[in-house]
Design a protein around this ligand. Structure first.
Ligand SMILES: [Zn+2]
Ligand SMILES: [Zn+2]
Ligand SMILES: [Zn+2]
Length: 224
């Protein structure tokens, strides 16, 4: 508790102390907020744009120190403009996204805020649990997030996307691991119950829906 001085001669001094105290608190809160980071994607980068130029511009527009800005490798699909992943303090990210379009070198670029990624197991890469709790028995920590093969990182990968989790489950895997449309990323964290195996289409087209219904009922009846 701060000492409260009631002597009038000291009043102005206490007031200024109080102001200083508030200012210190505000500075601390600000520092805390500045330490929080957000991820954004910058798109529309021309051929001449570099990661360094992006970092400098983000720091300038966001009003944060350049050391606080992390910029990934610029992804340049052939014949298209480049995009890059950027991590920077939340306050800077907000300023940049609010700014709409801005320039990096000769390019007019656009920033979009990326949703916070769900916490994901570093071993099996499935969200919903941590590595220490992992009992999947699968170690995917060395695999490329893009093509699912070991030996390189997604940043340098030029293969077609193939999700290691979906591939192992035999479902449609033509996306990178952790992509929004990956069903494994949107599942509640349950332990692999029985799932429908695909490919039931080549059987005879008998009207077996009643059989399926019967099987369901049977499954229910056998309980207890
Ligand atoms: Zn796991
Ligand atoms: Zn790869
Ligand atoms: Zn997937």
């Amino acid at each position: 508790m701060p000492v409260v001085l009631t002597v009038s001669a000291l009043r102005s001094r206490t007031e200024s102390q109080e102001v200083a105290h508030l200012q210190a608190e505000l500075t601390a809160m600000r520092a805390e907020l500045e330490a929080l980071c957000a991820e954004i994607r910058i798109s529309g980068l021309g051929d001449a744009a570099t990661s360094q130029a992006v970092a400098a511009q983000v720091a300038k527009l966001g009003g944060c120190p350049p050391e606080g800005v992390k910029v990934g490798v610029i992804n340049r699909p052939p014949g298209r403009q480049g995009t890059v992943w950027v991590k920077c303090p939340v306050l800077a990210a907000k300023k940049i996204v609010d700014a709409g379009r801005f320039t990096v070198g000769w390019s007019t670029v656009r920033a979009t805020l990326l949703e916070a990624r769900p916490q994901r197991c570093y071993r099996c890469l499935v969200p919903g649990h941590l590595g220490v709790q992992c009992d999947c028995g699968v170690d995917r920590s060395a695999l490329c997030f893009r093509c699912g093969q070991p030996g390189h990182k997604a940043a340098s990968c030029e293969e077609e996307p193939s999700c290691a989790i979906c591939a192992s489950e035999g479902v449609e895997a033509g996306h990178r691991l952790g992509h929004k449309k990956c069903p494994a990323m949107n599942r509640p964290p349950t332990k692999g119950g029985k799932k429908k195996t695909g490919g039931g289409n080549q059987g005879p087209p008998a009207s077996s829906s009643t059989a399926a219904a019967a099987a369901d009922v049977e499954a229910m009846d056998t309980a207890h």
